[in-house]
Design a protein around this ligand. Structure first.
Ligand code: CA
Length: 224
C-alpha cells in the first residue's frame, strides 16, 4: 500500500485530501507544517509527498530544498506541489527545486488523484515486484505471502507490518515507527498493538516467524 505524506496547513483541505486518498486505497499521513514533515520522512517513509508552499515556519520551497539535498532514498521521494500560487515564476521555481508536478488550488480531487496515480506509476520504486527475505516471499500488489511455497493467510494489518519488515531486512524499527507506518493516524492504538500483531505473525509464519527478531526495549527487525 503506497504511503502518501500530505503537508497542508489548512485543516479542512488536509482532511478532504486525506479522506479521498484513503478511499482510493492509499495510506495517507497528514502534517500541518514542514518541520513535522521532516520528522515524518524518517518515521513514515512516504512513497509520495503532496506539498503546500505557503506554510507556517519552513516554507514549501525550503522543505523541497532540504528534501532534495538529503540522503537517498529519501531525496528521491516524488513530490507534487499543491499551491494557491499560480504565477509562472512560482511554478518554474518549484519544478527547478525538484518538484515532479504542480497542481494549483482550487483543484479537482479527481484530477489530484489522477496526478498522484500517474506519478506513482512513473516513479514506482516501492511495492513493485515480489520481495524475498528471511525465507518469506511477499507480493505487495497481490497482497499475498508465502513461506516455502505455501501461502499464509494474514490480516491486513499483519500483512502491512510484515511488508514493512521484509522490505527493509536487517533494519530496526521502533514500535512507534511501526505504529506510524502501519496504523497511521488512527486513534486508540497503543504500542501493545504492535507486540500482539508480531506475536500473531510469528505463529502464522511457522519457522520463518523466528526471523522476526525482538530488539530489546526498542522494537523489531527482520533477520535477512
Ligand atoms: Ca498554506
Amino acid at each position: 500500500m503506497k504511503r502518501i505524506l500530505v503537508i497542508e496547513d489548512e485543516e479542512d483541505l488536509r482532511e478532504i485530501v486525506l479522506f479521498n486518498l484513503e478511499k482510493e486505497g492509499y495510506r495517507p499521513l497528514g502534517v500541518e507544517n514542514a518541520n513535522d514533515a521532516l520528522i515524518a520522512l524518517e518515521e513514515f517513509s512516504p512513497d509520495l509527498i503532496l506539498l503546500d508552499l505557503m506554510l507556517p515556519g519552513l516554507s514549501g520551497f525550503q522543505f523541497l530544498h532540504i528534501l532534495r539535498n538529503s540522503a537517498p532514498p529519501v531525496k528521491d521521494t516524488p513530490v507534487i506541489v499543491v499551491s494557491a500560487r499560480t504565477r509562472e515564476g512560482d511554478i518554474v521555481r518549484a519544478l527547478e527545486e525538484g518538484a515532479d508536478d504542480y497542481v494549483t488550488k482550487p483543484f479537482s480531487v479527481k484530477v489530484l488523484l489522477a496526478r498522484v496515480g500517474a506519478l506513482l506509476r512513473r516513479t514506482g520504486k516501492k511495492g513493485s515486484g515480489i520481495i524475498n527475505a528471511g525465507g518469506i516471499s511477499l507480493d505487495p500488489d497481490g497482497m499475498t505471502v508465502s513461506v516455502d511455497g505455501e501461502e499464509v493467510s494474514l490480516t491486513r494489518k499483519e500483512f502491512e507490518l510484515l511488508a514493512l519488515l521484509v522490505s527493509h531486512p536487517g533494519r530496526v524499527f521502533t514500535r512507534n515507527q511501526l505504529l506510524t507506518n502501519v496504523w497511521g493516524y488512527e486513534a486508540d492504538v497503543v504500542t501493545r498493538t504492535v507486540d500482539a500483531h508480531v506475536s500473531s505473525l510469528r505463529k502464522k509464519l511457522g519457522n520463518a516467524g523466528t526471523k522476526i527478531k525482538t530488539v530489546p526495549r526498542i522494537g523489531y527487525r527482520l533477520d535477512p
